[in-house]
Design a protein around this ligand. Structure first.
Ligand SMILES: Nc1ncnc2c1ncn2[C@@H]1O[C@H](COP(=O)(O)OP(=O)(O)OP(=O)(O)O)[C@@H](O)[C@H]1O
Length: 266
């Protein structure tokens, strides 16, 4: 892709910057064709939701965006995923650099068996930050950003396993923010949480999108409708519809989308 083309694709979508642009992505697990000709883009400072029935390829897709997918043996891809204009599927793309830009939060909170403080400074330490004052600042900023500072500020040296599930998930979001990523990928981040913790994480996402671009896989359609700017509906490895969330939930273009969001299948 020429520089002009890359610039043009960055400027798509009414002048808003594109973070990701997926072009003709196919993915196979051995013989299983799990993603088929995916076209999708992610706009800066938006929440992009991915919905669809079990097994339609949502997690597979999100795991291509930080190349975690290549840890699975026998996976083959074709097509391209441009991140800030560069194809991350190109084998020469530095994957370590990508992982500093793209953080991930998983379905089940997965703090390390360490103190709250050590969880947050883990990434920055790997990136060579040693100064205690700077680490302290990162801890406070990240925990505040993840809306959990007030709950934990007096127990930073206690083990993260002592936190509730909802607090652990917000700690994991703080850990992710501590490396100052550009994008946060979330794979069903609230499915293991109670309704109050879910609400807290949803409110947090609205704050986070001011500084980050967020891609979230969710089984919960009300959640997608509440929190996202755009929604992609996946079915059998294909993107059936990708548009503004308000449109997809009020006036979908495809009968299959309508059937899914009205609960006729899935
Ligand atoms: N590690 C793997 N090895 C082989 N096939 C896999 C692997 N992971 C997923 N698949 C297959 O790829 C397809 C898509 O799975 P994926 O997990 O991406 O779906 P999903 O939409 O995230 O499902 P769910 O909502 O149940 O989490 C399915 O057919 C699944 O069986």
């Amino acid at each position: 892709m020429s520089e002009t083309q890359a610039q043009m694709s960055m400027n798509e979508n009414d002048g808003n910057k594109l973070v990701y642009k997926t072009n003709g992505l196919n993915l196979w697990y051995g013989e299983n064709h799990a993603l088929k000709d995916i076209q999708l883009h992610v706009v800066e400072n938006e929440v992009t939701a991915i919905i669809g029935p079990s097994g339609c390829g949502k997690s597979t897709y999100i795991k291509t965006l930080n190349r975690m997918i290549e840890l699975i043996p026998g996976v083959k891809t074709t097509g391209e995923i441009l991140y800030r204009g560069r194809n991350i599927l190109d084998k020469t793309y530095p994957v370590e650099e990508l992982r500093t830009k793209v953080g991930m939060v998983f379905q089940k909170p997965n703090p390390f068996p360490k103190s709250i403080y050590e969880n947050v400074v883990y990434g920055p330490r790997i990136h060579g930050i040693r100064d205690k004052k700077i680490l302290d600042q990162i801890v406070e900023k990240s925990l505040r950003g993840a809306a959990i500072w007030d709950e934990v500020k007096d127990r930073l040296q206690t083990n993260a396993y002592g936190l509730s599930g909802g607090q652990q998930q917000r700690l994991c979001i703080a850990r992710c923010m501590a490396i100052e990523p550009d994008v946060i990928l979330m794979d069903e981040p609230t499915s293991a949480l109670d309704p109050i913790s879910t609400l807290k994480v949803e409110e947090l996402l609205q704050e986070l999108k001011k500084n980050f671009s967020i891609i979230i896989v969710t089984h919960n359609m009300q959640q997608a409708a509440r929190i996202s700017d755009k929604t992609a509906f996946f079915l059998n490895g294909e993107v059936i519809e990708f548009t503004k969330t308000s449109k997809i939930f009020s006036n979908p273009s495809d009968k299959r989308t309508e059937d899914y969001i009205t609960g006729r299948f899935g």
